[in-house]
Design a protein around this ligand. Structure first.
Ligand SMILES: Cc1cc2nc3c(=O)[nH]c(=O)nc-3n(C[C@H](O)[C@H](O)[C@H](O)COP(=O)(O)OP(=O)(O)OC[C@H]3O[C@@H](n4cnc5c(N)ncnc54)[C@H](O)[C@@H]3O)c2cc1C
Ligand code: SF4
Length: 500
């Protein structure tokens, strides 16, 4: 056990965020460095519970009390080994995970939980800094070949596990660089791309092949994939954005979050001098109060938006754990992300009725510029909304509460409905489940022999930690399919669900 009295003598401490007025002028990560001595004290708060409920919150089965104890004893090298035993990419989860392990921590019943996520990220950052993270190439070759479609966290985890066990793995990615949402969705201020690039270099050194700019199903057909590989892992994500079919949706200046964020990420990666969809000088409305909306918020503020309003149809959640969401569940509470701290207004219990264009009949036009010419749709200049009440599971409009918000840029961040049913999935002939995701059995196998699926493509929109857990588990299933047996760990079943 770490410090036997640590949880009594040491209060929880989390890293400070850099000052708002400084950080919104750059794209670097928001959090300041955490003092190593303080971090060891934080790890010492862990009680090494007989039943560590933190494990139940983490789909990876991270060995949390073990690395807490090792850090407290200053054995960071062994802590890094234990961390990598269950997680291929702790630098991603340590920065980006909402940490369901912390809301499940036993200490959280009547005190502040252990800062598990901070301990995780500090261990892996030190491991990289000290040169402890090295390529781990396979010692044998099985002679089998695996195609992984998609290079998000699920595809990367599956590819690394399968490469290390001796299979020849090719990752096909339609974008110009690997990483999936880690590269083109999540902004630099949440995770700098250097962490991703460093891990990709490790994977390349281990022998994983990356073929970017290749759309599976188009540039290489489903039949060609099947003919040239012994197994296929579909890890193409949940990429169909939820739509908002209200009048005026066709107006210029209304974009899906995943049209907007990739361009902003291209600017920070040096591909573009300025994004063609920029918030600079504009009044922005973001529809959707979740994490994607928060990523849009932080990005618009850094681009110099004049104002930002984030709309959410659900009521504002309570500030503390409600009674019907007891420990160790992950509660729906009011959270202030770093982006929310930086600016913008959050408006709850509202529904968008329509978008108003500058050229609408009787409309005097936008205050901030002329309408588009006849060649294109008019520019959006306002959004009309109405307040709603949740009644019997339905949102009922509240009469007389209609109002307009002026806006020249609208970002839709309302989630994703599932994978694209394009030539890859139709060409392979896989079946879909009731929710529209790629159907799979308990071994991550789709309805087509030799074809497996992991991550958001099979689970639906989820989290990085689940994608990594699925990628690792699917790799074990593929290895068993190819070799008859496997020594690879299986983190979770495809049917496992978060503690909600
Ligand atoms: C804006 C945003 C922010 C998020 N922030 C967080 C966060 O902070 N923390 C968190 O835990 N989760 C976050 N999530 C969710 C998380 O990113 C996803 O759950 C996770 O990335 C899913 O991983 P994946 O590997 O299944 O798919 P993805 O990361 O979506 O990767 C799929 C890849 O497959 C590629 N692909 C698809 N079809 C083809 C094809 N036919 N041929 C070749 N390539 C193909 C795509 O180009 C993509 O690169 C966020 C999601 C979004 C949209
Ligand atoms: S539940 Fe919390 S206190 Fe208990 S072992 Fe896990 S991290 Fe430590």
């Amino acid at each position: 056990m770490a410090d036997p009295k640590g949880f009594l003598t040491t209060p929880r401490q989390t890293p400070v965020r850099r000052p708002v007025d400084v950080r919104i002028k750059d794209w670097r990560e928001v959090y300041a460095r955490f003092d190593r001595g303080k971090l060891e004290g934080q790890a010492g708060r862990c009680m090494d519970c007989g039943i560590p409920f933190c494990h139940t919150g983490c789909p990876l089965g991270n060995l949390i009390p073990e690395w807490n104890d090792l850090v407290w004893r200053h054995d960071w090298h062994e802590a890094a080994e234990r961390l990598h035993a269950t997680n291929n990419f702790p630098e991603f989860t340590g920065r980006l995970c909402p940490a369901p392990c912390e809301t499940a921590c036993v200490l959280g019943i009547n005190a502040d939980p252990v800062t598990i996520k901070q301990v995780e990220v500090e261990i892996v950052d030190r491991a990289w800094g000290e040169g402890w993270v090295q390529p781990s190439p396979p010692v044998i070759s099985t002679g089998k070949s695996v195609a992984v479609i998609g290079s998000g966290p699920a595809g990367l985890a599956a590819a690394q596990q399968l490469t290390r066990t001796g299979h020849e793995v090719t990752v096909y990615e339609r974008a110009d660089r690997p990483g999936g949402l880690l590269r083109y969705g999540i902004p630099e201020f949440k995770m700098e791309k250097r962490h991703l690039d460093r891990r990709l270099a490790q994977m390349r050194a281990e022998g994983t092949l990356f073929r970017c700019g290749v759309t599976a199903g188009v540039d290489i057909t489903a039949d060609q994939l099947r003919a040239s590989h012994d197994a296929i892992v579909l890890a193409g994500g949940s990429t169909v954005s939820r739509e908002l079919p209200v009048p005026g949706r066709e107006l210029a200046g209304i974009h899906q979050a995943m049209e907007y964020l990739p361009l902003a990420n291209r600017v920070t990666q040096g591909d573009l001098a300025e994004s063609p969809i920029t918030a600079r000088g504009k009044n922005v409305v973001i529809i959707g109060g979740g994490d994607t909306g928060a990523d849009c918020l932080g990005t618009t503020l850094r681009q110099g938006a004049a104002s930002v309003t984030q709309l959410e149809i659900m009521p504002r959640p309570p500030g503390t754990r409600p009674g019907h969401q007891p420990w160790p569940t992950y509660p729906m509470i009011y959270r202030v992300s770093s982006a929310h701290e930086e600016g913008g207004d959050r408006v709850y219990s509202v529904s968008t009725q329509e978008f108003v264009g500058a050229a609408d009949p009787g409309d005097p036009g936008p205050a901030s510029g002329p309408a588009s010419g006849p060649a294109g749709p008019a520019q959006v200049r306002a959004l009309r909304l109405i307040e709603v009440e949740l009644s019997g599971g339905r949102f009922e409009p509240v009469a007389g509460t209609e109002r307009e918000i002026a806006c020249e840029l609208v970002l839709l961040a309302m989630g994703f409905t599932g994978p694209e049913r394009g030539p890859l999935l139709t060409g392979l002939g896989v079946e879909f489940d009731q929710r529209g995701n790629v159907a799979r059995d308990e071994a991550y196998a789709t309805s087509v022999p030799g074809v497996f699926t992991a991550g958001d493509m099979g689970r639906g929109q989820s989290l990085i930690v689940w994608a990594i857990a699925e990628g690792r588990s699917a790799a074990a299933a593929v290895d068993r399919y190819l070799s008859g047996d496997t020594a690879l760990p299986e983190a979770i079943l495809p049917t496992a669900r978060p503690l909600l």
